[in-house]
Each structure stands twice: as C-alpha cells, then as structure tokens.
Design a binder for this molecule. Structure first.
Ligand code: KG4
Ligand code: ZN
Length: 335
C-alpha cells in the first residue's frame, strides 16, 4: 500500500509551524519557529508583529520540513492548513502559503480547525477510541468536547469568559512574570502551598461550562489588598492556590462528564495541557480506573505545532473534506 504523507501548516498565533505526517500517525518532520522572544516585551502577542514574522518565516519553515522528511512536494498527498480560529492576519499567511503549495503542486487542500488539531495531537501518541471526551485547555479556549467518531465534535461545555491559559497569563502578569506566564506559574506552584482561599466557579448544577475571570480578579485583588496593607504574599503560595482552583474545576467537571457520557477515553489538549499540576491531577483521577483510558500528549505536541494540524488533516482528508483555492482565513471559526 502506498504511504500517505500530509503536510500541515499552522500560523494561527505566534508560532510558524510546518510538519509532515506519514499514514496519519507518524511524524516525519516537525518544525516550529517560535516568536515568543519578539512578543515578550509587550507582555502578550502583538497581532501585527505576529503577521510580519509569519511572512518572514513561512517559506523557510516549509523548506526545512520538506528537507527533514527527505521528501519532494510530489510525494505529498495533501496540504492541511489551520483555517481558524486565531488572529486573522496570522492565519492568512498560512492559508495563502497552503493555497500556493496546493496550486503549484496540484495537491488537495484540507482545511483544519485549530482545536481539532489540538485534539488530534493525541492520535500521534495513541489510537483514538470512540466515543471519547477531550478536555481542551489553551490560551484561547477551554472546552469539553464529546466525539462519537472521527471528525465529529460536540462541545458540551466551554468557558463563558476567559480561557484557562488566558487566566494563567494574566495572573502571571500581576506577579510580574514574563509572557507566556503559564509555565512560570506552573513552576512557582510546585514550590508553594495552596494556603490562600480563592473561589471556584462551579456555575449551575450540571453545567459543563467554565469561568475563570472571577478567579483571575480574586488573585489581582488579593495582590492589591496586600500591597495596600504593606504586606507581601509569597508568589509561590498564590500560584499554588490559583493553580489548585483551576485544576479542581477542570478535573471535577471532566470526571463528571466521563461518567455521564460513558466514554472509554479522555484526551487532554491545548497549551495548558503542558501544566504539570493538571497532568498529575488527571493521572490521579483516571489512571488505574477501570474502563477509562487517559491520553496526554508530550509537551512539544501540547503547545501550538503543525504535526497536530497534519494529524487532523489526515483524518479530514480520508473523510473527503477539501477546500477550494478560494479558501479564506476564518478567525472566529466554530468547531
Ligand atoms: O494552545 P496554545 O499553545 O495556544 C493557543 O491555541 O492558545 O496555548 C498557549 C497557552 C498560553 O496561555 C500559555 O501560558 C499556556 O498555554 N501554557 C501553560 C503551560 N504551558 C503553556 N499554562 C499552564 N501551565 C503550563 N505549563
Ligand atoms: Zn493552540
């Protein structure tokens, strides 16, 4: 049987990424050019700077991926690209590069939803078994997604305000930590104790939705009130308390959803999936439990990358999903 090679392109935020996946599950090239250093001094991603970097990097990163895989464009089966959601100017660079490659080499173009990509990062480490649940926690999204088969995504709960990663980044900023703040809070939390009382947003009974803005405000108020009283709070303890609140809500709702939906697999996805506290808490909740398998991708596949886009693209390609060369970036795309 002929091998299947899908080239994926991801430029929705601040990583210019290109990867090639063999037969849907094997990474043969994975290149990520990160722009974090350029955005750091602004405390967050500056959309205009992101677009400019993508323009500069995209052809270099494509070349590098092709070289890493030791392939020619003619050996590819399709080009998969993140269509949305994300920053429109950033997405456009990837979409246009993908269209140019598809046109020049007469290859099918496969549009991929960024969150579908994060979920399919798990297929690079384990075979997916349906029905399953995915806990998606990234800088822009916090969702519980039910999947009864490949390509079917039902959002059973989502954040009503801030995404988990956004809350991590804002809390980090309050503590004067550099962007992106998630990994810094994660590290500090391991050195501290959750001694500060912070709220948990459970919302209505039975709801799988999330809310992190109240928690974020509570952290900011705690810091400001302490400053006014001339006191200092150990940042380690604040980080540990914040992280405990986030994780408790995520894990409790995930456990309830697993039981209610009767799934046999739970996947973790998105940049916050790199969080050690969250990984440990999910392992504690699910490993050794009968009838449920927990899948967590390695750190490099949790934050934005194109291997996950190619992995999702491979499945969409098999399902016959194609985009015309008129494909546009869709910054607010629903899954
Ligand atoms: O999925 P991602 O790379 O980009 C989006 O699609 O949004 O997620 C980036 C987010 C950032 O908010 C970053 O602070 C967070 O993931 N993050 C973490 C950790 N590593 C990255 N949050 C908590 N703990 C971490 N170790
Ligand atoms: Zn992402």
């Amino acid at each position: 049987m002929k091998e299947q090679y899908i080239l994926g392109i991801e430029t929705s935020c601040d990583e210019t990424a290109v990867a090639i996946i063999k037969n849907g599950r094997e990474i043969v090239a994975n290149v990520v050019a990160s722009q974090i250093e350029s955005h750091k001094r602004f405390g967050g991603v500056v959309p205009e700077i992101a677009s400019r970097h993508h323009v500069e990097q995209i052809t270099i990163v494509i070349e590098e991926a092709i070289n890493q895989a030791n392939l020619t464009f003619n050996e590819l089966d399709a080009i998969a690209v993140t269509e949305g959601p994300g920053l429109v100017g950033a997405l456009l660079i990837g979409v246009n590069a993908a269209k140019a490659l598809a046109f020049a080499h007469n290859l099918p173009l496969v549009p991929v939803h960024h969150i579908a990509g994060h979920i399919y990062a798990n297929r690079l480490v384990s075979e997916l078994k349906f029905p399953l649940l995915a806990l998606v926690v990234s800088g822009g999204h916090t969702e519980l997604v039910y999947m009864k088969e490949h390509g079917h995504f039902e959002v059973i709960g989502e954040t009503r305000d801030d995404a988990a990663g956004e809350a991590y980044d804002k809390v980090a900023r309050t503590l004067n930590l550099p962007y992106p703040g998630g990994p810094h809070i994660d590290r500090l939390a391991q050195e501290g104790s959750p001694t500060i009382d912070l709220p948990r947003a459970w919302l209505e009974e039975g709801s799988y939705d999330f809310s992190f803005s109240g928690l974020k405000s509570a952290v900011i108020n705690t810091v400001h009130n302490a400053e006014q009283r001339g006191e200092t709070i150990a940042p380690q303890d604040l980080a540990a308390s914040f992280q405990e609140s986030v994780i408790e809500v995520l894990v409790t709702k995930a456990k309830r959803a697993v039981a209610e939906y009767g799934v046999g697999q739970i996947l973790l996805a998105g940049g916050v999936a790199a969080n050690k506290g969250l990984r440990n808490a999910l392992e504690k909740a699910f490993v050794g439990q009968e009838g449920i398998e927990l899948v967590i991708p390695p750190l490099s596949l949790c934050t934005d990358n194109a291997a996950m886009i190619a992995a999702a693209g491979s499945v969409m390609f098999e399902k016959g999903i194609r985009a015309e060369l008129s494909l546009n970036a869709n910054p607010g795309l629903d899954i």
